[in-house]
Design a protein around this ligand. Structure first.
Ligand code: SDX
Length: 428
């Protein structure tokens, strides 16, 4: 006897099937609720709504657990590299040595962008926010790579996926170089993914540049931490855009646009600006008070999460990486780190944050690390988008390959005006 949930609506009792997953909460399949009762469910913000079935990423918010295809994020961040995580998210299994070598080869040889993209960049003001450049240039890829936009063709979907994973670092580095008026740096096939990105960002034609292997490894781990995260806002945006049949480049551009918001991926930029505004440890109590004040819109950026009601497992790894990078760069006494550590200590012992289960999330420490590496604050969310591209693509592919896939089209609770007749201008 399969499980079901009985729902009584007005005088009518309907049974909705209950579906269980591998781990985590079961779901009540309400697909037939409207047909059987004439009513919708209502869940703005989707706090109790599963939008899809997925095999990619699992989060247990109460326990602070994050699994990519079943593997704990701690183990992947410790033992693998970002491209191994990309392979795992895309194909569902860890690669064999030959599969990894082939995947690295294919990604490495898609890192160049069409030369005319350079002219595309010239259209932006130099002070354009790099996220604006990324939304535009990733969307524009469908104009330059029209031969991989047919989503019904598995080969074209694979080519588009490889192209985006490979080209995001190149476009991100171009956005940075353009903002500081330096020449673009071409990718180097002899370098690994993250070293290549560091070189494209920080090399100049006037001298040799050798990526610091400690920083490259730390950045690679940061990419792994950001690679996917279940049905977050930007991933849901990508899935909804993809459900209409839009080309993959347009869908990823939509995801970048959504990630930009300060409540989501923009929080790493906002968190660093907050730490800079606090400035010194003695000013922390004033900001904690404001964060708790219902009448003050200020929130502690980098704190809280819709799902994690425990410590974000990524934040713990991020914190360790912050210490590693600052140590390597001789910045252990960075005042921003001192403010961050003290703010975390105070917040975690404060009744308000304990009661609301607000813990540091991945964005709390990432800004300090990226700033120490030399990235301007405006590039922080670009790096988040760079890393999350593989997660968006994996989730988009899963949706496209689902034989039951249909266009996403939510309904609403209408509270506007009832039907009324037009009033001619002279009678108003
Ligand atoms: C990311 O979804 C994902 O997985 C996202 C992400 C990913 O990898 O894709 O993990 C990446 O986006 C991490 C989150 C980054 N955002 C921030 O750090 C911005 C600051 N955080 C908040 O804006 C907030 O915590 C959210 C947006 C993250 C979560 O918002 P929710 O789940 O809608 O929670 P809420 O706003 O309803 O807050 C619950 C309560 C509220 O108080 P009450 O109305 O119940 O009295 O907690 C309070 C909020 O006022 N609260 C905070 C707070 N976050 C929530 N109070 C002070 N400071 C905060 N940061």
């Amino acid at each position: 006897m399969s499980a079901s949930a009985a729902i009584t609506v007005a005088d009518k009792k309907v049974d909705m099937p209950v579906k269980a997953g591998t781990i985590g909460p079961s779901v009540v399949d309400i697909g037939k609720l409207y047909a059987q009762t004439g009513m919708f469910t209502y869940d703005p913000g989707f706090t109790s709504t599963a939008s899809c079935e997925s095999k990619i990423t699992y989060i247990d918010g109460d326990e602070g657990i994050l699994l990519y295809r079943g593997y704990p994020i701690e183990q992947l961040a410790e033992h693998g590299d970002f491209l191994e995580t990309c392979y795992l998210l895309l194909y569902g299994e860890l690669p064999t040595p030959s599969q990894k070598a082939d995947f690295d080869y294919r990604i490495t040889r898609h890192t160049m962008v069409h030369e005319q993209m350079m002219r595309f960049f010239q259209g932006f003001r130099r002070d354009a926010h790099p996220m604006a450049v990324m939304v535009a240039s990733v969307g524009a890829l469908s104009a330059f790579y029209h031969d991989s936009t047919d989503i019904s063709d598995p080969h074209q979907r694979m080519v588009a996926s490889m192209r985006m994973i490979a080209k995001m670092p190149t476009l991100a580095a171009m956005a940075y170089k353009y903002s500081i008026g330096q020449p673009f740096v071409y990718p180097q096939n002899s370098l690994d993914y993250s070293s290549n990105f560091l070189r494209m960002c920080f090399a100049v034609p006037c001298e040799d540049y050798k990526p610091n292997p400690i920083l490259a490894r730390a950045l690679d781990r940061i990419f792994t931490l950001h690679a996917d995260h279940e049905q977050n806002a930007s991933t849901s945006t990508v899935r909804l855009a993809g459900s209409s049949g839009a080309n993959p480049f347009a869908c990823i551009a939509a995801g970048i646009a959504c990630l930009w918001g300060p409540a989501h991926g923009g929080a790493n930029e906002a968190a660093l600006r907050m730490l800079e505004e606090i400035g010194t440890v003695d000013r922390i109590p004033e900001f904690v008070r404001r964060a708790k004040d219902k009448n003050d819109p200020f929130r502690l950026m980098g704190f809280g999460h819709r799902v994690y009601k425990n410590y974000d497992p990524r934040a713990k790894i991020m914190q360790r990486t912050t210490h590693e990078v600052l140590g390597e760069l001789g910045l252990k006494d960075d005042p921003l780190l001192e403010v961050a550590m003290e703010l975390e200590r105070i917040a975690l012992s404060d009744e308000y944050f304990i009661e609301k289960k607000l813990y540091p999330n991945i964005d709390f420490y990432s800004g300090i690390t990226l700033k120490a590496m030399g990235f301007p604050t405006s590039m922080f969310t670009v790096l988040f988008a760079l890393a999350r591209t593989v997660g968006w693509i994996a989730q988009w592919s899963e949706m496209i390959e689902d034989p039951g896939q249909r266009i996403g089209r939510p309904r609403q609770l209408y509270t506007g005006s009832p039907k009324r007749d037009y009033v001619p201008m002279q009678k108003r």
